[in-house]
Each structure stands twice: as C-alpha cells, then as structure tokens.
Design a protein around this ligand. Structure first.
Ligand code: WT7
Length: 650
C-alpha cells in the first residue's frame, strides 16, 4: 500500500479536542518512559473501594503473568452506574433503537441502576455467586447490557455468545467454561427476520448435557412473544423474576484481578479460546480509550454499531461509555433494513455525535449509492470511527467525504479481543490522518515489528506486529488453559506479545495493519479460524478432507474459499455444494457461510503430508502464476487440477 493523501487535523477538531498533538507526544513519551507513574495517575480515573498501591506487574517470559493495580478493589457495575447517580441520574444512559424504526426506548442512569440491581438479586436468588460463569446469548436489547452489568455487580464472570452462533457453537462455549446459568431471549429480531435464540439454547443445553455440563437455569427475556418450548423448573421468565426481586443490591468489592468476563475468539488452531479479562485494568483501559480516541465530551451521544457478542460491544457499547457517564446507543437492527439509509436516519433521529462502525458496513453502504446518505443531515456528527479489519483507502475516503462531508475526523482503530481496548489509533485533535493507516500507538503501547526470525526491524519496515510491554486492558489468560495462552501469544517471539497481524511502519512512524499472518480469517469483521471451518466440513459424511483459505472480497474483506475432497464414490453435485454450505452454517453460524467450494480430488501436500496453504491461497486469489516454490510438493499434478477448476477465474 502506498501512502495516500494526508488529511491534516482541522482547526475545529483541535479546538474541540481533549488532546492536541503536543499533548499526545508528551503523554506518550511519559507513558512509555514511566509506565508506573503514568498508570498510577490514570488508574485513578475509576472509583476504588480499596485504593491500589501496586501498579504494573508484568512478566512476558516463561510462564507469563500480568497484573495491574493488584491490591486495589473496585466494582465495574458500580463504576458504570452508581457512581453517576448523584450527578446524572436523569441523564439517558442507553438509547435503544429497535430493528423496527418505530421502536425505541431511553433508559436513564437511575433506571439502569434499578434494572441491574433487580437482576443482580435474581442471579443471587438462583445461587449465582462470585466467580460463577454465566452465559449470555441475547439480541441487541438493553437487557443484554443489564445482564453483563448484573454479573459484574455480583462478581459473576459473564461469557457473552454472539446471537449469530449455532447451538453447537453455543454448547461448546457453555461446556468450556462450565456455566450452568444462561440468559437468553425467546427470539431475536434482525432485519425483520426472527432469530430462534431460545430454541437454539434448548438444543445447546442438550448438547452440553451430553458433554458433562448440566445447565440448571435459563432466564428468558420476552422479546417477540413468539412460540417457544418451556421446561418447568429450569426456564424462568426474566420479566417475572425481576419484578419479584428487590431493587436494592450492594455491589461486591472485587479484587482488581478478579475475572470480569470470558469472550471466546478464534485462533489458527483448535477450538475457540476463552479470552479472560479481569476487573480494574480492563475498565481503566476501556474507559480511557473511549474518552480520548472518540474525544468523548459530556453530553455527547455515542453510537457503536457492533454487537455485544463481540469485544467491541463489551468495551465500546457497554463498559467504556458507561464508565464515562456517556449516553450510548444500542441498535438491534442491521444497516440495510428497512433500507440502506437506516444508519444515517438513526444518526439524525438521535442526533448522534460519535459514530463507530466496521469497514464491511461502510463498503456495503458505499455500494448502495450516495443518495441514501445525502438525504440525511448528519450535521450532529463530530467523530467517525472504524474497526475490525483494514479499511481500504477508497472506503475511508467515502466515509470521510460522503458520510462526514469532509468535516469530521475518521479514527481507524486497531485492536483485538485479546487487547481489551484500542491500541493503535489516531486521536481526533492530534493526529494527521492517512486513509488506511491506524496511525500511532495509544498511551502506554509499545509496538514493535519483527521479521520471521524475530529480528527487530527499525524505522520504515514491514513485519510481524508485536507489543513489548503490558497495558492495563490486556487479556490475562486463556480460561482454563494458561499454557495455551503462553504458547499462542508469547512463544513465537520470546518475551513479546505477538498479535498475529502483519504490519508496515512508514517513515513518519505510522502503522499500517496489513492483515493476519496466521490462519485466521476476518470475514465481514467476524473472526474465525480456517481450522474451524475445515472441521465443520469434515464432520459431514460426504467429506473426507477439507482445506480452507481466505481470498480478497470486495465487501466482506475476506471471503471463505473451501477445497473439499469427497469420500470415494461421492459425486460433487450442485446439491451437495448447497448442503455443505448449510452444514457449515449449522455447525458454526450463518456468518461462516462458505463463499466458494471447489471439489479437490487431492490437496497439495509436502512429502511429510502438510497441506501447502500458500499454494491454495494463490489459487483462490486467481494468482496461480505466482505459486512460488512447488518443488516440495508430493504430487505436482494435484495443483494443475486445482488451477484448472478454480472458482475465482477473473
Ligand atoms: C483482528 C482482531 C477488536 C475489534 C474487533 C475485532 C483485525 C481489527 C483493525 C483495524 C486492521 C484490524 C486484525 C486483528 N483488525 N481492527 N483497524 N485495521 N485490522 O476483534 O475479532 O479479535 O479481531 O481484527 O487482524 O488481529 P477480533
């Protein structure tokens, strides 16, 4: 990627901003020169029940141990709610915009407090205690946020599972963390279509039961009122339970390093990992990045379009904004329903000031035409954000010029489930923008580029992105498998956190994320391992072997390309292709739908039997002229067949 046009900080951005360039540089310098002092100061941005005296305890070597503010005590829900009651009890905390444009709801901090306290008591009445795991499988309704906050209030550890996941995927996550309490809804509603959450939960519980975890209680929010199966003694209506419960609940004093939540994410191998985030450091980091990256001012209306099932929803719909006393908008629907103008209609309707979305949505809406945008005013907008995948300069310019009218900064924020919050990003009043670049590190973040041998690259360079020091929002372990945590993130390059991303640093010190360098796909901002799609495929009776790679996709960023070897005697028909697509959707979820399936009589393997994915990627990209070194192939004829039958012929 070449350096594109630079968009300098505009005077209006600088005037409004909390941080200008000189401040950014001064704070950044201090944050890396004296992390203890810097974070001791900023650790005080949250409210402590017992103040901390210890700040950073980091060991990236051998067994890896990360602790922040370890002798302090606090409660995340109290920080997100109770703390604001005196000054902003009547301020709206959550604006909920339904899938149907005629449905909306506003929840004040006082109302949020009552709802969360009641739900906390429901949890306790059912025996949910500190440290217990609660699975949340919900649509985008305020009750999803109440559920997370109620867990935090009583010290339970939530595991939110995205509502688009299948019963199998949900079951795997319930089993992995041994959670016996599930919160769900009868059905979700997205783009006018119903999502059978309770039916999926019922199936998942059955599967979990067969795998040794017996779910005891299911709390069910009535969202659509649709027909659902009901198991007496296990299923409990949410509205009945909270009505009976007391509205008085004291937040538990949690240790800084007590777990706050588990969130499953995909890696290059094996089943999804339970990324574990803890209490205080996470909240300090989520709230601080929310304030400075989005230049959040009191009274601003803030909207992040993510789902609470992903980390973006955790840090930048719920925890960061509410810790800052913000008004956060929660959207149940999708960008193209009822039409492609929906997002901008909602921006006008609620006078949104800060808007945060994903490149895949931007590209899809760009394709739908400018008229859907320009018929709205969008005059309230002050900051635009992007997250989830690299944003191509063309989409960036469209976001900046058409959505923002050339008057609003675009912050391209790079981070991961593992990082808890944003690590590389512009700050609206400080950073000259380069479309396609996430620009500069946030306070306290020390990025480093290394080559494949681990040699540190200085100056302008292209390499593998590592972070060499800890920050408060960093994940602490993989739930139940610390060894996997160490192996996955700290063994490739000893003593450093390896992100799995490739990255270029330009002569100005700006960072350009080039995408994953491991076998992780990013499809419409949804992260999945090629291995997961492969194991879904081979679980079908007709399939003997499968290899999955990503290829560039105009809207999704990456598409899913599957090479499938069928069992002897089975023919690769159009019907079977459809069946396999449906099978993967059922096994993982609709978002993992294969885009291309190629019947592969054989897969290119080395003589030791390792699949040569490099070659498969090239064929999927229709770049087979550049197959590179094929001399180690066991059977070169396999490649000729795959090239001849490739699905992405230009
Ligand atoms: C991966 C993490 C954390 C938010 C949602 C995704 C890619 C994320 C950017 C960006 C280029 C990005 C990376 C990263 N990614 N943001 N601004 N520019 N790439 O979280 O599911 O944990 O995925 O998303 O490849 O490693 P996630």
């Amino acid at each position: 990627m070449t350096d594109t046009h630079v968009h300098p900080v505009q005077p209006a951005w600088r005037e409004r901003a909390l941080i200008d360039d000189a401040t950014y540089r001064a704070w950044y310098e201090r944050s890396v020169a004296d992390p203890e002092g810097f974070w001791a100061e900023h650790g005080k941005r949250i409210q402590w029940m017992v103040p901390f005296s210890r700040v950073k305890e980091k060991n990236f070597d051998e067994n890896v141990s990360i602790k922040w503010f370890a002798d302090g005590q606090t409660n995340v829900a109290a920080n997100c709610i109770d703390r604001h009651l005196a000054s902003r009890g009547d301020q709206v905390a959550i604006i909920w915009e339904g899938d149907d444009p005629n449905e909306q709801k506003k929840v004040t901090y006082r109302e949020l407090h009552e709802s969360v306290c009641r739900l906390s008591n429901v949890l306790k009445d059912h025996g949910v205690n500190r440290g217990d795991r609660v699975t949340i499988y919900m649509p985008m309704i305020p009750e999803a946020a109440y559920a997370m906050l109620a867990c935090a209030r009583v010290g339970a550890v939530h595991s939110v599972v995205f509502g688009g996941f299948s019963p199998d995927a949900l079951a795997g996550r319930i089993v992995d963390c041994g959670s016996t309490f599930v919160i769900t809804a009868d059905e979700g509603l997205r783009g006018g279509r119903k999502v059978p959450l309770k039916a999926n939960t019922d199936k998942a519980i059955e599967i979990a039961g067969n795998n040794g975890v017996a779910v005891e209680k299911v709390l069910v929010v009535k969202r659509t009122g649709g027909d659902i199966a009901w198991r007496e003694n296990r299923d409990v209506w949410y509205h009945e339970a909270v009505e009976r419960a007391s509205p008085v609940s004291e937040p538990e004093a949690m240790n800084a390093e007590d777990p706050l939540f588990i969130l499953y994410t995909s890696g290059s191998t094996g089943k999804p990992k339970g990324v574990l985030h803890t209490t205080a450091g996470y909240l300090v980091y989520a709230s601080m990045t929310h304030q400075y990256v989005f230049d959040y001012h009191d009274g601003d209306i803030y909207w992040c379009t993510a789902d609470v099932g992903w980390v973006t929803g955790h840090s930048y719909i719920v925890y960061g904004p509410l810790a800052n006393g913000a008004t956060t908008l929660m959207f149940e629907g999708v960008p193209n329903y009822p039409d492609a103008g929906r997002l901008w209609q909602v921006v006008d309707k609620h006078q949104v000031n800060i808007f945060y979305t994903a490149p895949t949505a931007i590209r899809a809406l760009m394709g739908a035409g400018d008229a859907h945008v320009t018929k709205s005013s969008r005059a309230s907008l002050k900051v635009l954000g992007s997250v989830g995948e690299p944003i191509n300069p063309e989409a960036w310019e469209w976001y900046f010029n058409v959505v923002g009218g050339g008057k609003v900064p675009v912050v391209d924020t790079w981070w991961q489930t593992e990082t808890g919050g944003i690590l590389i990003t512009p700050l609206p009043g400080a950073t000259d923008l380069k479309p396609g670049s996430a620009t500069r590190p946030f306070f306290g973040i020390k990025p480093q580029l290394v080559d494949n041998d681990g040699q540190v690259l200085e100056g302008a360079a292209d390499g593998n992105l590592c972070i060499t020091d800890s920050w408060p929002g960093q994940m602490r372990t993989v739930y139940g498998d610390h060894e996997r945590f160490v192996q996955t993130y700290f063994s490739t390059y000893k003593g450093k956190y390896f992100t799995g991303d490739g990255c270029r640093r330009d002569a100005d010190g700006y960072y350009w994320i080039t995408g994953r360098v491991d076998d992780v796909l990013n499809v419409s901002g949804h992260r999945m391992g090629t291995a997961e799609v492969e194991s879904a495929l081979v679980s079908h009776d007709a399939v003997s072997e499968a290899a999955v790679v990503g290829y560039p996709h105009d809207i999704k960023g990456q598409g899913i390309y599957c090479y499938v070897t069928l069992m002897n005697g089975i023919e690769g028909t159009e019907d079977l292709r459809k069946e396999l697509v449906a099978h993967v959707r059922k096994e993982i979820g609709p978002f993992a739908s294969p885009d291309k399936i190629q019947w592969a009589p054989g897969l290119p393997k080395t003589r030791s039997g390792k699949i040569m994915r490099r070659i498969l990627r090239k064929i999927a990209e229709d770049e087979f002229g550049a197959l590179g070194d094929t001399s180690t192939l066991a059977d070169p004829a396999v490649v000729d067949d795959l090239v001849a039958n490739r699905q992405n012929k230009k």
